[in-house]
Design a protein. Structure first.
Length: 434
């Protein structure tokens, strides 16, 4: 007889409770091997590809792209003994073995996930030791051509539709944005047609569910803004010498093929200045009522990606040379733009840089990344009139802003740090004095 196992959505060692299904890489009938990538999900931190720990044949996909799923929920059923005798089509679902332990995902070292599937209504439970049969098919319902369409409905509504045998693809949601409600599902189950509300043809709006990276970013920013008392200071500097130094490096043999940007110089300046003002690289621990000083710099770089704002880290950035920093930043930003940043790369930062200058913006008042005490904002470098030796000249001018947690960093320390960063960017030769 075939042996069926269910693949639950695992906790990717982040303590998360849910994730969104982005794309399936398999379909029913596909043969899979151990550790083959079967699905791509989006957690509150990043997109993650999940491997399956068994070999066999996929028999059923339980969730659809666009659906939000809780950790531990079965998302796929696989026949791990496809060479066994063919089994007749099941009439009812039997529960999984009493408890089945999910092995950690490869590369995550996650904790074990235990899942148990409840039998559907009307099903006859099998003995605890029996091998679980595949789930029972839902009662027949009209099915609309899918064509990539993902019905909008909350998880409880999806469950209700599943229990009542209603295919969500056949419904038109009556709520704003075409969202399917419980009432829509119940009407469909009773044979009553669902009538969508009249839409004002003059309206020009669309609604997008708040989830994934956007949801996590919003929660983190609100928590930070209303927990850490923010202070922001500003400094405008002439970075003409830095830009001239950059041109020299481009022509040097050692930096051939290396992308050196203003962000590279800012990263080096932050690492050097943090050594002289360690308060900006510390963090307030409210639970223990301590200020924790870090003797290393895990430098966060705020990156805009198609899925929203993320902040991957350059580990031990303070131990890197300028060339190593440039290479690390290039790899980090390329990975972020592709949406492939691993969740682990966005944890445990100590201080962050955000570069709004790439959008042509002069400056900003950034919100501190949770778990840190300071964030430096780089504005756009522009040609502006500047007084040099008593004469007005056109120079390359940059505005900096620094937001810091006033519980940890006093005004003096914040000002000294910002002044040090500014001095290093205004004249890179100052690094020789540090």
């Amino acid at each position: 007889m075939p042996t069926y196992k269910q693949f639950p959505l695992a906790d990717t060692a982040e303590g998360l409770t849910e994730a969104d299904i982005l794309n399936w890489h398999v379909k029913p009938g596909d043969t899979v091997t151990v550790n083959q990538i079967v699905v791509e999900i989006e957690t509150a931190k990043a997109a993650v590809e999940l491997p399956i720990p068994w070999a066999g044949v996929v028999t059923e996909l339980h969730v659809e792209p666009g659906q939000t799923v809780e950790v531990g929920t079965p998302i796929l059923t696989i026949d791990v003994d496809p060479g066994g005798a063919s089994a007749p089509a099941p009439a009812a679902a039997a529960p999984e073995p009493a408890e089945e332990e999910m092995k950690p995902l490869v590369g995550y070292g996650s904790k074990a996930v235990v899942t148990q599937r409840r039998a559907r209504k009307g099903a006859t439970p099998a003995p605890a030791a029996a091998v679980a049969a595949p789930p029972a098919p839902a009662p027949a319902a009209p099915v609309a051509p899918r064509g990539g369409y993902v019905p909008l409905a909350k998880p409880p509504v999806r469950k209700l539709a599943k229990d009542l045998g209603v295919d969500l693809h056949s419904l038109t949601g009556s709520a704003d944005g075409g969202v399917i409600t419980r009432e829509d599902v119940e009407r469909a189950a009773n044979g009553t047609p669902v009538v969508a509300p009249a839409v004002d043809s003059g309206a020009r709006e669309r609604r997008v569910p708040i989830k994934g990276v956007r949801k996590a970013t919003a929660a983190a920013m609100v928590q930070s803004a209303y927990t850490a008392p923010h202070v922001t200071e500003f400094l405008t500097i002439d970075v003409t010498p830095m830009m001239e130094f950059r041109e020299k490096l481009k022509k040097s043999r050692e930096f051939a093929g290396v992308k050196v940007t203003p962000l590279t110089f800012a990263a080096k300046a932050v690492c050097l200045a943090a050594k002289r003002t360690p308060d900006v690289n510390a963090v307030w621990d409210d639970a223990t009522q301590e200020i924790v000083y870090k003797d290393y710099v895990h430098l966060g770089i705020a990156a805009a990606t198609p899925r929203g704002l993320i902040v991957p880290k350059v580990r031990d950035a303070d131990s890197m040379s300028l060339k190593e920093l440039a290479q690390a930043l290039t790899a980090l930003t390329d990975t972020a733009r592709e949406g492939k940043t691993p969740p682990a790369d966005m944890l445990n930062g100590t201080i962050t840089i955000t570069n709004v200058g790439v959008f042509g913006v002069d400056t900003g008042t950034p919100i501190i990344n949770p778990g840190e005490s300071a964030i430096l904002c780089l504005g756009a470098i522009k040609d502006q009139p500047w007084v040099v030796d008593g004469e007005i000249k056109v120079r390359k001018v940059l505005q900096l802003s620094l937001s810091f947690d006033h519980r940890v960093v006093d005004g003096q320390q914040g000002s000294e740090f910002l002044a040090d960063v500014g001095a290093l960017l205004a004249d890179p030769a100052m690094a020789m004095t540090y």
